[in-house]
Design a protein around this ligand. Sequence first.
Ligand code: GAR
Length: 202
Amino acid sequence: PARLVVLLSGAGSNLAALLAAHEDPAYGARVVAVVSDRPDAGGLDLARAAGVATVVVRPADFSARPEWDGALAQAVRVFAPDLVVSAGFMRILGAPFLDEFGGRILNTHPALLPAFPGAHGVRDALAYGVRVTGCTVHVVDAGVDTGPILAQAAVEVLHDDDEASLHERIKVAERELLVTWVGRAAREGLRVEGRRALVGHG
Ligand code: GAR
């Protein structure tokens, strides 16, 4: 199976979905490690409970940004990933990381990019007043949520939604989308053609 390293900063509901999927050998991918910038990320506990290796690389432990970038790349390199999955990792990946893993990093974002990039995709969509938002799986490039899009799913905004209720419904769609497309990328191969990310011959 393809080797996945998951980067996360939060609760890890997307990680949980990947851990459930990888139990099936036909899935074709396995989470071999979880790397976090935060020692208190709930996703680390999910990983430990599943017997998956965890590493924390805290920015505060490094004198400057390039040192942290280097340490993050080193932490991931140890596990020789075929794909890196950013699933609620709330930091920008720097040039050293992209130079090494570029084209093999998928990110999940809780909005229909290019609308509402950044750290508050759900809040910003709600504030704008859109009636439909959703989630996006894309290949990471040097910009903030600007990389070639692999897949998207739409989620309707309800009249009485707040950020939490909307994010919860987006997360349901998001984990299914992420599991599907990480699996396809692992089994069929991921490539980028201009603005488009593709798997297999599709
Ligand atoms: C997910 O909705 C993910 O799309 C979002 O954080 C959540 C993490 O949930 N990521 C971003 O907003 C990145 N800009 P999880 O920890 O339960 O998987």
